[in-house]
Design a protein around this ligand. Structure first.
Ligand code: 9MG
Length: 302
């Protein structure tokens, strides 16, 4: 156990309200001690930034194991790219990509796996293979069967904000006031989820960095992430390697680690409960140090 000495004075950062997420089988994810790190495992030939890198099931499993060893708290497995302008893939192809990877990882590691999909049939296959969370970037809008599936299986859902669709979202994103608009949109999706029978203790909200947002929109959301605490749910921030970093740094997707870590630090200090990243080990270090700075003498990490 490590301990960081020193009294916490008045920090300029907002508090992160303690949150828990109920998983099926009576387990829970506790986000009170520190924010959790979700590793991104894209089993796709064309995903944003790592497309093709883990396209074979065996490569993906090796990467999943590595993320777990580096301290990931959960792993998000996806078989369809959501990058701007991306083309959809068939249900069968998406299942073919993700199911063997989930099945093998679940047999080896104990951290929860989420299935990143907008399709209920793919989500069901992922859950049958052992995934325990649904990450739906459409916030239950794409497939009318997704909400009933999540309710019936008792699994948590990540509800992400997106303006438009992956094909159109970056054409001309417009908001009256981005943080207020995103909060209100998420509030309505939370209401829909709860009315569909998904318990509030099984929901996560996500402002959807890069999904129908300009650089200024993304930066404003990052600075004011804590305003999403008003929804009363855990907040997930996914900034890893995104084009907002390319706009600032003018570097290729594979060279955005330091930029990503700056946004992870900012997200943690702004009150994120979960950060979604490609490079787990460095992000875990950033999360722990940011949390120690915030808490001073109260900080413990087991
Ligand atoms: C699948 N995917 C890509 N980016 C994402 C983000 O920012 N959040 C969530 N929940 N999923 C994402």
């Amino acid at each position: 156990m490590s301990e960081v000495a020193g009294r916490a004075g008045t920090a300029p950062w907002p508090e992160r309200p303690p949150r828990r997420l109920d998983l099926p089988g009576g387990c829970e994810l506790d986000m009170s001690a520190r924010p959790l790190v979700m590793g991104i495992l894209n089993v796709t030939p064309d995903s944003f930034s790592d497309g093709g890198q883990f396209f074979s099931a065996s490569d993906a499993v090796v990467q999943g194991r590595r993320m777990c060893a580096e301290g990931a708290d959960l792993i998000d497995v996806g078989g369809e790219s959501t990058r701007p302008g991306s083309e959809p893939v068939s249900v069968e192809e998406e299942k073919r990509r993700v199911v063997p990877v989930i099945r093998e990882l679940v047999a080896e590691i104990s951290i929860p796996i989420s299935i990143d999909t907008q399709k209920a049939e793919v989500a069901a296959a992922g859950l049958d293979a052992g995934a325990r969370i649904i990450n739906d970037v459409s916030a239950l809008r794409t497939d009318p069967e997704m909400a009933p599936l999540a309710a019936q299986r008792g699994v948590p859902v990540v509800l992400m904000h997106m303006q438009g669709t992956p094909k159109t979202m970056q054409r001309d994103p417009t908001y009256e006031e981005v943080v207020g608009d995103v909060c209100e949109w998420l509030r309505q999706r939370v209401r829909f989820a709860v009315e569909s029978g998904i318990g509030e203790n099984r929901l996560v909200v996500d402002p959807g960095f890069g999904f129908g947002k300009t650089l200024q929109h993304n930066l404003e959301l990052l600075r004011r992430l804590h305003e999403l605490h008003a929804l009363g749910l855990p907040v997930l921030a996914g900034t890893s390697r995104k084009s907002m970093l390319g706009r600032i740094l003018d570097v290729a997707e594979g060279a955005r680690l330091y930029g990503t870590l700056a946004t992870v630090a900012c997200a943690v200090l702004s009150g994120a409960h979960i950060v979604r990243v490609h490079e787990v080990g460095p992000a875990v270090q950033v999360v722990k140090v940011c949390e120690a700075i915030r808490r001073g003498a109260d900080y413990r990490d087991g």
